[in-house]
Design a protein around this ligand. Structure first.
Ligand SMILES: *[C@@H]1O[C@H](CO)[C@@H](O)[C@H](O)[C@H]1NC(C)=O
Ligand SMILES: *[C@@H]1O[C@H](CO)[C@@H](O)[C@H](O)[C@H]1NC(C)=O
Ligand SMILES: *[C@@H]1O[C@H](CO)[C@@H](O)[C@H](O)[C@H]1NC(C)=O
Ligand SMILES: *[C@@H]1O[C@H](CO)[C@@H](O)[C@H](O)[C@H]1NC(C)=O
Length: 961
């Protein structure tokens, strides 16, 4: 109107006609406003009747009183706001909103669906300033066309599909554009660059691809850029550094690569810079560390390298610094300690080394500190909790040492403390065990010591103190009713398990193994109704297994081995349906095994070493139980007398047997001889059967004949020189070792003062390395399990490390039974190169965990058929690269390319993936992250035996990792 007024000032008659026309026209339209709005009401559902005031009988003036409608002084509708009214249905016709004075449409937060009318941008009144259709269920394409006066266009959080057209560049007045949270595809249009007034740009959470257009650099008014959660690739254009008003930059969760442009250091107004979860590489440009207004910087989960400069001290406003999961190195700069507002510092999973800067926490309200999985050394700063704000202290898997500083004992707000896998020593600081808010505490695998019997952490859910030197009685956790996991294993805890204290309704895992706990197992332990794993093994527990244990409802794994438990096994223990694994070996239990549940399939090792157990199940290796017949009423004295006589007989017989067994077990048969040259020889036999056939003479003469010896019965032996004579394990141990059917039998040793030989059974068969390529999956699986059994026998029964796993050292005999030729630290099976764990390459001692690594490689070998063992220099390089290569292939879900072609991948796919999974766990670089031998065997046995238990074992194994 004002336009016509100015254009035609000198033509009053014309003006009057025009005004008259306009008046008629608008009053007509005015009447139309009512109809248009009613037609909108008619097209939607309004279950909560918010639009009940929108009545058919209303007059034109009433419209302005309708709910959600706002008029101007001339009773013309200028705003329609029906946000969050639970209305649904479709907008069938864009003309519904053709109200001439309408400036605002807000239909956000409803259940509107169907397509947005494609002509909406051309049919709406050009006066419209604000259009918000966000948080509905609109489908279809983003409409085409433009509204030159629109300030705000918000179509976010719908189901819009298709591409964003270049037309978007025509909204020349747009300040806010939000298309986030849809299913848009295609590129970010370069025409966007024309929106020179745009301040807020969001296209986050779509499926956009391609690069970020450099044209964004032309949008000089931009304050916020949100393009995260797409599939954008390529480099970050340096032109973004020219957006001098920028406050937020968020490009997270894309595939952006290349370096971070140094120009981003020019964004002096920037407060939030989020580039995490991309593939950015190179160093972080120095100028970024001088952005004084930056509050939060998050570059985590990229491949950034280089160091954090001391310059960081200039970032006066910085509250959050997240650089975790990169390849950053160097030491953590002292500069971070002077940042006055620093609250959150997370630098975990990098390659930082050196100490944690002294005074960290002194000058700011430090709240979260996570520097775990680096290579940090030295002691913890005393100042970490100076402000009293610290809630999370996460420093696990470094090489930190010394005392845990006293200041942490009064750090009242601490909730989560993870200091495991370091070298902390000494006692816990005063007050530390009584921090009221701590819910997660892991101090495992340090050198901590001291009495821990006083404890008061009511919020505690997880407590792991294992692998330290803690002593004294068990901590009193009676106030920690939320406890879910308790691991106190491998300490020096003594005393008894108190009655009435260990009741934790939510506890799922309890491990008290390898301590010095005495006394009986309290029967109320069964009040821990959610217990899945209970390990009390390797203590000095006495008394009976409580019959209340049958009340466990979800118990899956029960280990009571290596204690002094006596009495019979409660029959009803076999009724726990969830029970999968039981180990009661090496106690003084007697009577018959329950013949139900987990006891039905129990194997020999889990019951071995008890005085007088019998079983109906032959696999258990126990003697069969006598079937007890019910007696009729015989005279009482007869029963007593015969029992007494039988008892005496058993006693005498038992005594005799014990003598024989002891003799057999502990005394090695010895034969001595002197040769003509005066050398004195001594032969020790592990098995007296060989005494006759193997004399010093035959042994020595075999040395001329390729070290192979054959006795009269045609049995063959190999004779090997023992190099490191001193370091041989106890002879009685070696004897025990060769009892396992998957380990090549040791027969005898023969030694003089100067030299020693070991005589070992020579098995007919082939080395695994020779026949590997043709083996079926089933055969491979059996080999895996048998070798795992051999390892468990060695580690758990004999405390011996094999040390030389490789397909060269495994002989498959004529019955297809694999036999491990035992290295005993590499001495006996010298001819083959073995898989070396990374830590043993650094000349550390071999452990059961290094065997697990070797076993992991063996699994990979069996899966892939990749045989490297012919090479001389396999050790260091190939093992590592085989693991990396397998990880890579596995992560890319590409089983067909890496599995040995003689395995039918279509049939065994699931098993293969599971074994792969296990192998990768076993080959973790950090020995502590590898599963223990027992679990490795469990996992393998569950693969393809029954699918239900399979998943459970795996989740367990993965948890261990
Ligand atoms: C959104 O629409 C889709 C299909 O058009 C439908 O499956 C879904 O249930 C709707 N969601 C809501 C919250 O109405
Ligand atoms: C770190 O660098 C190593 C090689 O130096 C590479 O293998 C690894 O993938 C890198 N890690 C990240 C997170 O980029
Ligand atoms: C630190 O916390 C205290 C109170 O807990 C507060 O008064 C102070 O302003 C905080 N300092 C900063 C820099 O946030
Ligand atoms: C850790 O640091 C030590 C010495 O500071 C160094 O020898 C070792 O190689 C480092 N380890 C890693 C994994 O960077």
């Amino acid at each position: 109107m004002s336009t016509s007024h100015h254009h035609h000032p000198h033509h009053p008659p014309y003006l009057i006609t025009t005004l008259l026309f306009l008046f008629l026209h608008f009053s007509c339209l005015h009447a139309n406003e009512l109809e248009l709005l009613l037609s909108f009401k008619a097209s939607i559902q309004d279950p909560l009747r918010h639009l009940s005031s929108w009545s058919n009988s209303s007059t034109t003036k009433d419209v302005c009183l309708w709910h959600g409608v706002v008029c101007n002084n001339f009773s013309r509708v200028v705003s329609l706001d029906l946000s969050g009214k639970n209305i649904s249905g479709q907008i069938l016709n864009s003309k519904t909103f053709r109200l001439p004075f309408l400036r605002t449409i807000n239909l956000s937060n409803n259940n509107l669906s169907g397509p947005i009318p494609q002509d909406i941008f051309t049919t709406l009144s050009p006066s419209i300033r604000y259009l918000n259709l966000s948080n509905n269920n609109f489908t279809g394409l983003v409409p085409r066309g433009s509204l030159p006066n629109l300030y705000t266009l918000d179509l976010s959080n719908n189901m819009l599909t298709g591409e964003i057209y270049n037309d978007i560049g025509l909204f020349s007045n747009l300040r806010v554009l939000d298309l986030g949270g849809n299913v848009l595809t295609g590129h970010v249009p370069a025409y966007l660059g024309n929106l020179s007034r745009l301040e807020f740009l969001t296209m986050a959470s779509n499926q956009l691809t391609g690069g970020i257009p450099a044209e964004l650099g032309k949008m000089k008014s931009l304050k916020w850029i949100y393009l995260g959660y797409n599939n954008l690739s390529g480099a970050i254009p340096y032109q973004i550094g020219g957006l001098s008003s920028l406050n937020h930059l968020d490009l997270v969760y894309n595939n952006l690569s290349g370096p971070i442009p140094s120009s981003l250091g020019d964004l002096k107004k920037l407060e939030y810079m989020f580039l995490y979860q991309n593939k950015l590489s190179g160093q972080i440009p120095l100028p970024i560390f001088s952005l004084k207004n930056l509050i939060s910087l998050d570059f985590s989960d990229n491949s950034l390298t280089g160091e954090i400069p001391e310059l960081v001290a200039q970032m006066d406003s910085l509250e959050i610094l997240h650089l975790f999961s990169n390849n950053l190195t160097g030491s953590i700069p002292q500069g971070v300690t002077s940042l006055p507002r620093l609250k959150v510092l997370q630098l975990w999973s990098n390659k930082f080394y050196g100490g944690i800067p002294a005074n960290l926490g002194k000058h700011s309200n430090l709240t979260v500190l996570d520097l775990s999985t680096n290579n940090l050394t030295g002691k913890l700063p005393e100042t970490l909790c100076d402000s009293g704000h610290l809630t999370k202290l996460i420093l696990f898997s470094n090489s930190l040492d010394s005392l845990i500083p006293p200041g942490l004992g009064t750090c009242e707000r601490l909730e989560r403390v993870r200091l495991q896998n370091n070298g902390f020593s000494g006692e816990l600081p005063q007050g530390f065990t009584k921090l009221q808010l701590v819910n997660f505490l892991d101090l495992s695998n340090n050198n901590l010591q001291g009495n821990i019997s006083t404890w008061d952490m009511p919020q505690l859910e997880m407590l792991n103190l294992s692998r330290n030197n803690f002593s004294g009685e068990l901590p009193n956790l009676s106030r920690s009713k939320r406890l879910k996991k308790l691991d106190l294993s491998r300490n020096k805890i003594s005393g008894t398990v108190p009655l009435g204290v260990m009741t934790f309704p939510q506890l799922m895992d309890m491990d008290l193994s390898e301590n010095k706990i005495t006394g009986v197992i309290p029967s109320d332990l069964s009040s821990c109704k959610n217990l899945v794993n209970l390990d009390l093994s390797h203590n000095n527990l006495t008394g009976e297994i409580p019959s209340s244990f049958s009340e466990f409802q979800v118990l899956s794994d029960l280990d009571l081995s290596c204690n002094s438990l006596s009495g019979e096994i409660p029959k009803n223990l076999g009724n726990i349906e969830s029970l999968v694994q039981v180990n009661i070996s090496h106690n003084h239990l007697h009577g018959s095994l329950p013949s139900t549940g987990a006891f039905l399939a129990i194997n020999a090792t889990a019951v071995a070493g008890n005085s007088d157990l019998c079983s109906v199940n032959t696999a258990s290796g126990l003697s069969p139980c006598k079937i007890v017949r019910k007696r009729n009423t015989k005279s009482w004295w007869f029963v007593v007398t015969s029992t007494f006589v039988a008892f005496l007989a058993v006693l005498v017989f038992g005594f005799f047997i014990t003598l024989v067994v002891q003799r057999k077990h502990n005394v090695l048969e010895v034969k001595k001889a002197e040769q003509e040259d005066g050398t004195k020889w001594e032969v020790q036999y592990f098995d007296s059967r060989f005494m006759k056939s193997l004399t010093v003479k035959t042994i020595l003469s075999s040395l001329k004949d390729q070290n192979v010896l054959e006795d009269k019965n045609g049995m063959q032996y190999v004779v090997k020189e023992i190099k490191k004579y001193d370091s041989l394990p106890e002879m009685s141990e070696m004897k025990k070792v060769s009892e396992h059917k998957n380990i090549l039998k040791l027969v005898a040793t023969c030694r003089s003062e100067k030299v020693a030989y070991l005589i070992q059974e020579n098995v007919q068969g082939e080395r695994l390395s020779q026949i590997l390529n043709g083996l079926s999956w089933e055969r491979r699986r059996k080999i895996m399990i048998s070798i795992a059994k051999a390892l468990r026998f060695l580690h758990c029964r004999c405390a011996v490390v094999a040390g030389n796993l490789s397909p060269e050292n495994i002989v498959i005999d004529v019955k297809y039974e694999p036999r491990l030729c035992l290295g005993l630290q590499g001495q006996l099976c010298m001819d083959a190169a073995a898989y070396m764990a990374p830590e043993t390459r650094e000349h550390k001692e071999m452990t059961s965990k290094s065997d697990i690594y070797g076993f992991g490689i063996l699994l990979l070998h069996l899966l892939t058929g990749k045989n490297f063992s012919g090479d001389e220099d396999i050790e260091s390089k190939v093992n590592g690269s085989l693991v990396n290569w397998a990880k890579y292939s596995y992560l890319n879900c590409n089983t067909d390319t890496w599995i040995d072609s003689s395995i039918d991948t279509s049939v065994h796919h699931r098993d293969i993936v599971n074994v792969m999974n296990l192998a990768l766990n076993c080959t973790a670089i950090d020995p502590q992250e590898r599963p223990c031998t027992k679990n490795v065997l469990q996992a393998l046995e569950s693969i393809s035996s029954s699918s239900s238990s399979c998943t459970r074992y795996f989740s367990k194994i993965l948890l261990l990792a």
